[in-house]
Ligand binder design. Sequence first.
Ligand code: ACO
Length: 323
Amino acid sequence: MNRSRVAGTGGYLPERIMTNAELESLVDTSDEWIRERTGIAQRHIAAPEQTCSDLAEAASLKALAQAGLNADEIDLIIVATSTPDHVFPSTACRLVERLGMPSGVVAFDVAAACSGFVYALDVADRFIRTGGASRALVIGAEVFSRILDWQDRGTCVLFGDGAGAIVLEASEKPGVLSTHLHADGRQTPLLNVPWGVSQGYERLEDERGKVSMRGNEVFRVAVRTLGALVDETLEANGLERGDVDWLVPHQANIRIMTATARKLGLPPSRMVSTVAEHGNTSAASIPLALDQAVGDGRIQRGDLLLLEAFGAGFTWGSALIRY
Ligand code: ACO
């Protein structure tokens, strides 16, 4: 049976930067509060005409270039997103055309909110292991700014736009060592976009079509759940605390991330953190962080990485990867 390994990474952030100071003029907040409670200093915001597939395409081209591959050598494309271009076709299908991939490839989107990238990675790894694909583009791309209520200080200060991508390819040497996915829909009221397409399209424009979160309650569940996920991942691989080289977490809140690093027995210097510059880019945050740490040379071939995420659903998941 094949295994899969990461052959390339890429990221894209929109040009426009929105600082905490700018948010002070929109809602009753302060730079100090946002930095202290979340670790966020700024976020990138897509231009009005930029869509999810624009961001995803830019990140994908960089990942392909790093892998030394052309789009016509990819036979599977999965986009993790909660903010797609269309109801249908999927953003992945749009990218088949835009990237110039051959007709007949496998392409679909995955919806698992902030855990979407880990979900997509798990699915792509399974396709490759079972021979259903040999090279996959796995993308997390979000234009979360479009589903934020810019009058709700409890959510609008947290999120940003961006896209990250990896190329996963069949390999004799294992890269993806294990993946662990979970979900539980029982606490939907704590974090959701209340209104959806089938509930009445016309209401999507108002605040019901925007992110709603009881942040403090989500925070407590996230820390507890990610702690158990770390235990599960280490145990499944016969590892001890401190054995992993890098934590590449979903970038929701520096305090959640640091608690997970502590649980893993890692100092903050071994955690890849982009939350200060990117905010929470939902499904894009892990591949963006991975790309940054690969690009600046922190993550080296052979390093052992733990990727983890917690998000709306609730969904949560991890991937242990030998880079
Ligand atoms: N500026 C100033 N004050 C604020 C702001 C703000 N932007 N937002 C909230 N406050 C106030 C609150 O109203 C509250 O005031 P009160 O005490 O007078 O009632 C006070 O600050 C404390 O609010 P808390 O919600 O208790 O603050 P907390 O320390 O929990 O931080 C935060 C809030 C940052 C949202 C945190 O709870 C968090 O990060 N939660 C988890 C988010 C997460 O991981 N989500 C999952 C992924 S996202 C996805 O899947 C789409």
